[in-house]
Each structure stands twice: as C-alpha cells, then as structure tokens.
Design a protein. Structure first.
Length: 170
C-alpha cells in the first residue's frame, strides 16, 4: 500500500502541490483550462503554516477510517489501500466531515450525478486516475512529498539520518 509522505523540513510552503491538485481534478487538466471552468477549483491537499514553516496535509487514507464508519450510505469505503468516495451514493449529510479527525473531508458544492445541485465532499483520492501517481508529489519542487510504501519511506528516513550523522561527525 502506497501513501503520500511528507518531509516537513524541506517544505517551502509554495503551494505548488495545491495548484497541481486543482489542475489534476479539473476537466481540462491544464492550468488555463482549469481557470476557465465553471465552479470553484478545490484542492484536496492543504499547505498549512506550522511553526516556522509549512506542512502539507491530505487525506491519510486510514486503515480504520472514521469518515467511512460515519457514512450511513457507504459513499466512503476502504478499497485497495485507500478511502474511496462515490458521489452517487452520498446524501450530503456531512457526517464524514465531522468524523474525520484531521479535518480533511471537506464540503464541496458540486453537481450530483443526477444533475441536481448537491452538497457533497472533497477529499484526496491519491489521483487514482493518473498513471503518473499523485499530482502533488510530482509538482513538489523540493521533493518534500513522496508516494511510497511505509517501509520504503522509513528506510529512506533512516538513510537520510545516517548521512546527516556522518556529516556532523566530520
């Protein structure tokens, strides 16, 4: 199972990941096309100020997701290592928004598949429809975001730490 991991020490707070997310979830898949589309562009990753820097936050795709447990219609379900959202099953009750411990399920005004105005949600889908993986990871200029297995991420962190220790010892 792959997840998006953050190396917060290198995040510049540039919000390139937010912009890439908006573009990836637009109909046109281009910056200028996305800006011309009807409706509000809504990113599914949020760069928040944190201490002296910034930290990108997105759905953690929890293995026991509180948002999915709160969803009375099954619009949110754990599938293949991610919390998947099916707008056609959503009532717009916002229970998932209340239940998410990280505040990463958000209200979204959108059109229901039936064509009616609808209050649904927006959350990270790991760019499931992109063969290149999550757009936010690809757009990050400093490599602060990575899409990896927890084991690979931990291994890379250990290596980075050892390199840091070696430099300090010199």
């Amino acid at each position: 199972m792959y997840s998006i991991f953050v190396e917060d020490a290198t995040c510049l707070g540039c919000k390139s990941c937010e912009l890439a997310c908006c573009i990836a979830h637009s109909s046109s898949k281009t910056l200028f096309g996305a800006l011309g589309e009807a409706g509000i562009l809504q990113n599914r990753i949020h760069v928040e100020p944190c201490g002296k820097g910034a930290f990108p936050l997105q759905c953690r795709h929890c293995s026991e997701p509180q948002c999915a447990k709160a969803c009375v219609t099954g619009a949110l379900q754990w599938q293949d290592g991610a919390v998947a959202y099916d707008a056609s099953r959503c009532l717009g009750c916002q229970m998932c928004v209340i239940a998410c411990p990280f505040g990463l399920c958000e209200s979204l005004k959108t059109a229901h598949p039936s064509g009616d105005a609808f209050q649904g949600i927006s959350k990270c889908d790991l760019c499931a429809n992109r063969s290149a993986g999550p757009a936010c990871v690809e757009a990050c200029p400093t490599g602060s975001l990575s899409f990896a297995s927890p084991e690979d991420f931990s291994k890379a962190k250990r290596r980075s730490y050892l390199v840091h220790l070696q430099k300090e010892a010199l």
